[in-house]
Design a protein around this ligand. Sequence first.
Ligand code: AKG
Ligand code: FE2
Length: 271
Amino acid sequence: MKTNLTPETITRYQRDGFVKIDSFLSAQELETWRTRITAAVTDRNERIPGANDGGGVGDDFYDNVFTQRVNLWRTDNQLKQLVLKEDIGKMAARLEGVDGVRIWHDQALFKGPWANPTAWHLDDPYWSFYSRHATTIWVALDDVTAQNGALYFLPGSHKQARLDNVDLGPNVGDLFKVYPEWKTHEPVCLEMKAGDASFHNGIMPHAAGPNMTPHPRRAFAMIFMPDGSVFNGIRNVMPSKQFESLKKGDVLNDDEFNPLIYPVPQSRSVE
Ligand SMILES: O=C(O)CCC(=O)C(=O)O
Ligand SMILES: [Fe+2]
């Protein structure tokens, strides 16, 4: 894993709100991640573990944006050992300029053949805490191109973003009704080789194209929140047990659900 960050990379990330890390995984690591993550997705028949949300996948627009499987680390111990790494958390903390980070959740995002586009959106307003310093690492498990569902970003727009947002509906550009000032911004399409990764800030506007190929576009994302983030009352991907234990304003510091990834406390190691 290439987890070092140059000062230039950090500066670019903070300016643009996203950055690409070429060859984040070695060829061998890529093989291991792809195999393990694909197996975990196959084994998991519900979207969110312990959420009692039915988890059924139907045939409407959203069901064909991607196959989403959340918190694989909680149900697959091998995957947990592989991906919950202090070094990755450290990258997230350095990019965001925060002292420590917890995992909010991980998710496999597999765009199947002929999948719908992912509409423009911000991430953080969906989540159970508000922060301008959460970040997602999105690891490409296949080559990602403009043809099969690459991510698009509006560089620098995280600086103007509010908490207003839209659902991932069929109108790709609904976000621009909420932020008309972004309508004329030129997006960047981030093509990636399998094993590359990107980080994007939690309030960075982004989208992904449709998959216009007969092959899957597989990606694995991990979302890090600054240590000390507090519950805002939104359930999002919380399992019932966690949601029922919280009231608005509580610090999200339960290691069962949101372990501190960086710095790893002396008393515990995720190895
Ligand atoms: O993979 C996609 O299509 C969208 C990813 C995304 O929105 C995210 O990781 O926040
Ligand atoms: Fe997103």
